[in-house]
Design a protein around this ligand. Structure first.
Ligand code: CMC
Length: 431
């Protein structure tokens, strides 16, 4: 990582200072400015971290110009085709794809952690039935640390491992419970003879009155959604998990913080916003008017599912999602799906419009994932919960990496203060 290269900063009256330039295995070099404040008394100013690497990581690599996404070096396209979600979870957490024996062991461990403490069921009844499922999810996941005290010591590697397994295993159960609670149906207990994703679908759509029939095409499609959402380097929610974890908070609390951040419409809430947008447009004939509104800066309307901080090319996950859309709609005999047709037309028109071309705005993963989820029977309000379920794997892999990083410090950004200078509190009558 270190090199002999230097970047020189000239400042003040003829002063200059050198900083080391560090190189990764791929991707842009970074200027190591950790000594900047100590040596110059200045901070850097970078709202939104546009030019700041907040950590070093070996987990995920994105080349936004080329539209490349690698998990531990493997292209997302290959992982989506050749692996299931738990293979990918193992890869993200441990660094390598599992052998047959390792996979069998992970399947066993995760399967045998899927039940939640029975007392947690009661926790749900404190929420209103009409609460947004993300509001319930963030609360229940945060509450896990109140139920699993025996795995919250972050300095104990065994505790860290158990809490990771618990989070991956219990998220599908809790997400399905959020859904069942919102529609007033009984919770469905997990079953150990089903795969991770099939078990989740059964807990979502099964009822105690009849057996849920697993459709392998639909299970595969949802598993692929999980794989595509599993990690995405230092995005807002992952950075939130790292910032929360940097203070030594327990993993359940950190993942709850990640879920809260993911909820926003500029991040994980975009797939819900995207489907609502498509419903709002309603018909291909209305696309022109909608695009006009998007281009009008005063309208506040955005083309949801388009644009990305890192991808300035087609998001590779969006391509795979579009393919999955075709498969799922074909399997369900919904080839003529109104919203899918509308989204393909919208994509075509946007990609030939100078507003989007000049700003390098392409479809992101959320543009098509909502259509697949809707076809699978997942209600719009649950979309972000599905994202959270999948991203939990990435969050805990990144959290664990941070704990083991010798450079890790509590996250404490500085600021450019622009408020009042010191003044004296006037007496009440003079304010
Ligand atoms: N529709 C219309 N204009 C857009 C859009 C959009 N979706 N995205 C960006 N722009 C414009 C923006 O107005 C700006 O124009 P100008 O230069 O004239 O001021 C320019 O493109 C650059 O945008 P930006 O806001 O500086 O870009 P950013 O990197 O800060 O924001 C983003 C990235 C994802 C927040 C933004 O593209 C967006 O809000 N997209 C819609 C929401 C969405 O789909 N989010 C999901 C992201 S992928 C899943 C995830 O990682 O969570």
């Amino acid at each position: 990582m270190s090199s002999n290269r230097k970047a020189t900063l000239n400042y003040g009256d003829g002063k200059s200072i050198d900083f080391p330039v560090l190189g990764g295995t791929i991707g842009p070099d970074v200027v190591d400015i950790r000594t900047l404040y100590g040596k110059t008394g200045m901070f850097t100013y970078d709202p939104g971290f546009l030019s700041t690497a907040s950590c070093q990581s070996t987990i995920t690599y994105i080349d936004g110009d080329e539209g490349v996404l690698l998990y531990r070096g493997y292209p997302i396209e290959q992982l989506a085709e050749k692996c299931d979600f738990l293979d990918v979870a193992y890869l993200l957490m441990r660094g390598e794809l599992p052998s047959t024996a390792e996979k069998k062991e992970l399947d066993y461990v995760i399967t045998h952690h899927t039940m939640v403490h029975e007392q947690l069921n009661r926790f749900f009844s404190g929420f209103r039935r009409d609460a947004h499922p993300m509001a319930v999810l963030v609360g229940v996941v945060g509450a896990l640390s109140a139920f699993y005290h025996d795995s919250t010591d972050i300095n104990n590697p065994e505790h860290r491992k158990i809490s990771q397994h618990r989070l991956i295993a219990k998220l599908p159960t809790i997400v399905a419970m959020c859904y069942k609670y919102s529609i007033g149906q009984p919770f469905i207990y997990p079953r150990n003879d089903l795969s991770y994703t099939a078990n989740f679908m059964r807990m979502m759509f099964g009822t105690p009155t009849e057996e849920y029939i697993v459709n392998p095409v639909l299970v595969r499609a949802l598993d692929r959604i999980f794989i595509l959402h599993a990690d995405h380097e230092q995005n807002a929610s992952t950075s939130t998990v790292r910032v929360a974890g940097s203070s030594g908070a327990n993993p359940f609390a950190c993942i709850a913080a990640g879920i809260a951040c993911l909820w926003g419409p500029a991040h994980g809430g975009a797939n819900e916003a995207c489907l609502n947008m498509l419903e709002g447009i309603g018909d291909v004939s209305k696309i022109g008017e909608f695009i006009r509104q998007v281009k009008d800066k005063n309208s506040g309307v955005k083309l949801m599912g388009f644009g990305h901080r890192v991808y300035k090319n087609y998001d590779p996950r969006a391509k795979l999602m579009r393919e999955t859309c075709h498969e799922v709609l074909g399997e369900l005999g919904l080839g003529d799906d109104r919203l899918f047709k509308l989204s393909m037309e919208l994509e075509k028109i946007a990609l030939s419009d100078d507003y989007f071309v000049s700003r390098k705005l392409y479809p992101n993963v959320d543009f098509y994932s909502g259509i697949v989820q809707r076809a699978l029977g997942i209600p719009v309000s649950m979309f972000t919960c599905i994202f959270a379920l999948a991203r939990t794997v990435g969050w805990i892999a990144q959290w664990n990496e941070m704990i083991g990083d010798p450079d890790q410090k509590i996250s404490r950004p500085r600021q450019l203060y622009t408020g009042a200078t010191q003044r004296t509190v006037p007496p009440m009558g003079m304010r």
